[in-house]
Design a protein around this ligand. Sequence first.
Ligand code: PLP
Length: 549
Amino acid sequence: MTSEQTTQIRNLFPLLNQKVNGNDCIYFDNAATTQKPIAVIDAIKAYYQTSNANVHRAAHTLASAATTEFENSRKAVQTFINAKHAHEIIWTSGTTEAINLVAQSWGSSQLVAGDEVIVSHAEHHANIVPWQQLEQQLGIQVKVIELLDTGVLDLSSFERLITDRTRLVAVSHISNVIGKCNPIEHIIQRAKQVGAKVLIDAAQSIAHYPLDVQQLDCDFLVFSAHKMYGPTGVGCLFGKSELLELMPPYKTGGEMIKKVSFNSGTTFNVLPHKFETGTPNIAGIISFRAAISFIQAQKEASGYEASLTAYAYQQLLSIPSLNMLTNGQPDIAIFSFNIAGEHQQDVATYLDSKGVAVRVGHHCAMPLMEYLGVQGCIRISLALYNTKAEVDHVVELLRNFLNQGVKKVAKASVNHSKEKIMTLFESAKSWDAKHRQIMLLGKTLPTMADELKTDETLINGCESAAWIHITIDRESKVNIVAFSQAKIIKGLLVIVLAAVNGKTVENVSTFDFHEYFNDLGLLQHLSPSRGNGLLAIVEKIKRAVNKPL
Ligand code: PLP
């Protein structure tokens, strides 16, 4: 792809043209969700402006137009994955719901105690917890495939696990952390030899690789529209017709029935409606077709994606202290790594202050983090609209962060008061300056005695952990000792402690943290969407002073 073609693609995505924290937006969190092209946004708007009506329910003109568009999207997905029948495509809210549907409908009706379901250490929680639930409900056994040092499923481990009690193998085509293709063709063929069914979680792969369910011969395939340039709240379950026919409804209510009667009983609708109760995400499903068309129109860009992946991998590896979680270049542009001596969250908040969106934490794959012996990692994930220039810029930012940025700051005083903090932040206008100020303050947080770091004092955010130990003395004064490995959290803790330490229980219980953080221009750190757990820290303090121990 030429640079003009890349620019043309970028121009289809309006969000990418905005500034974030005063910098050009660099969106490197595509494995979480991709941005949406204007065609998808327009399709949502057009539906509400011209054909908004409920589907499959009324005979009027608008309802018929909406239903036709809705079913055309189903046909588009059918063609996209080469399913034999349109009714093998079931709309769900996403991959998570699709797997839950299979677990609760197929699993509950087909499995009995002692049956085995095989997953792998690399699965997203969405493909672990539903099977663990069945373990509890039915007494089935969940077995886990080991990984090679590349992060790919180890087929010899799979071979050791598979038995004639194996009823289902549920694995991801590509893990959201590792970014490498698993040998699903082999797994499907081997599972068939023992009569087991196979569910493929294609959430990460389907935007990058065309999948043909007839050729693969998998029994179930699941994916989410929002990771394929489509809307949120829409997902698909492909299931082979004969299996879906056997399966009982998963949720019940309107539209999934043929007849409902208090006298002569209730009967269920035909496929696919048996699994689609209630009003679906009509606008989302209709606009999903535009996302599929976008992917199909970019077929020739697969060479570009491959060269971007190889380039980004080499550039990241050029940073000596950067350690990839697994060996070898990923097949799609998902890079998960840690940087020696740096907390993942500090790296992410620094990049965020420069307009770069990456994800850190356990990535909804806690068992994988445990397996690889890390608490979490930084993940950079690219899409078609990302460029080598963006990669260069981010690598340069990482070098700056490591070389001079936040590391060479002087040790400042530890005596902070709320007023002093307010003064410091008055002069820090930009997000960049505020970020730097938080990091400086983090340097001043005294270390916490190891014996105070207990399960009771621990607060687990998704991205980092913090410990907070609260005591109240005889004069009702609050004294808090706190710690975190992430410098950004240390800085935020200094800000919190400056406002509450040495104050009376009454003062602390009426203290308005929301207003305080708002005045400092740091309100977003108290947002429930932040994975850093600051909100949980503040809530813990409030609980302690409202109910003194
Ligand atoms: N499976 C994989 C491999 C994923 O990457 C994700 C999301 O990141 C999911 C399942 C869950 O997808 P959703 O949140 O869209 O249901």
